[in-house]
Design a protein around this ligand. Structure first.
Ligand code: MLT
Ligand code: MN
Ligand code: ZN
Length: 299
């Protein structure tokens, strides 16, 4: 199985257009310790020829242009992208769909709830139904995303997309709004969970024995955006568990047997994005890698 990290950042990317937090400021200044990153997306393939995108970031055109495996290869119109799977309806994961509208066929996989969010925004009607087949996927159903690439989606603790939040959003509930993905090729098993509000026994049991885990690395600490002076929301309110701390993901997953662990969907305030930071070193000590755009993983 081949996995390309197309975009390793969370919503906003790095640097974020309007941000001068400590990390974005270094990126704006061109400091070599901070590598810019686009928003959250993966390309996955079993054979290196037929690919699935998992999430579709607003920067998808840039991501495709710098990934030769995703170039058109034959005839006048072509794409090796067989399908796109969405793990939630957030803008960082669906915004790029508006740029993939020029009449090449692909399947768009998502839960009924995520599809409903797209249907409620008429701008997505630019995806003509005779080219883009919207496939509703049930939790735990096995589907084929690309040639030889099987996947299964499962509920993880999360919340509705930001633009669908009501007055009092239900955070940490498990349903069809936020899902993780299991990829299988032969006996190899990889997981992609770019948004997760909390770890629980069921999820931990599922991840036990995985060859590869790509996991929500939004924040280092829960009050990070407040401390950075760029927001009033804690990570827990945004549906993202933090990396550090007693209830953080590094601690929660430390006892599991997992071949390789990589943080993705990393918010621009997160100090692990600075190459030599103490937080980066601590994550490495816990066995975690920090994804960057263009990172290639084989599993
Ligand atoms: C998130 O992951 O919490 C969202 O992508 C936030 C956003 O919409 O910017
Ligand atoms: Mn996001
Ligand atoms: Zn920032």
């Amino acid at each position: 199985m081949y996995i390309h990290v197309l975009g390793a950042a969370a919503g906003g990317g790095l640097p974020q257009w309007n941000c001068r937090c400590d990390v974005c400021r270094l990126a704006w200044e061109g400091d070599p310790r901070v590598t810019p990153r686009t928003q959250s997306s993966l390309a996955v393939s079993a054979d290196g020829r037929s690919w699935a995108l998992i999430n579709c970031a607003p920067e998808v055109l840039t991501q495709i242009r710098r990934t030769p495996a995703l170039f058109p290869r034959q005839g006048k119109r072509d794409t090796p992208i067989a399908s796109i799977l969405l793990t939630n309806g957030d803008v960082d994961h669906v915004g790029g769909l508006l740029s993939l509208r020029e009449s090449s066929p692909y399947r768009l996989h998502a839960t009924p709830e995520i599809h409903a969010a797209l249907r409620d925004s008429p701008v997505f009607n630019v995806l003509a139904p005779d080219h883009v087949e919207r496939v509703e996927v049930a939790l735990e159903e096995t589907l084929t995303l690309a040639e030889g690439l099987e996947a299964r989606i499962f509920a993880v603790p999360g919340k509705a997309a930001l633009y669908l939040e009501g007055e009092d959003p239900d955070i940490g509930s498990e349903g069809e709004a936020t899902v993780g993905v299991e990829f299988r090729v032969g006996a190899r098993r990889a997981y992609y969970i770019p948004g997760c509000a909390a770890m629980n026994e069921r999820l931990a049991a599922r991840l036990e024995g995985a060859d590869l885990l790509l996991f929500d690395g939004t924040l280092w600490r829960d009050d990070e955006m407040i401390r950075a002076g760029v927001g009033h929301k804690a990570g827990s309110r945004m549906g993202h568990m933090s990396m550090s701390g007693e209830t953080g993901s590094m601690a929660a997953l430390s006892s599991l047997n997992i071949g390789r662990r990589v943080f993705v969907h990393i918010n621009n305030t997160n100090p692990v994005l600075i190459d030599d930071s103490p937080e980066r070193r601590e994550a490495r000590r816990h066995g975690w890698e920090i994804a960057h755009d263009g990172m290639e993983l084989e599993c």
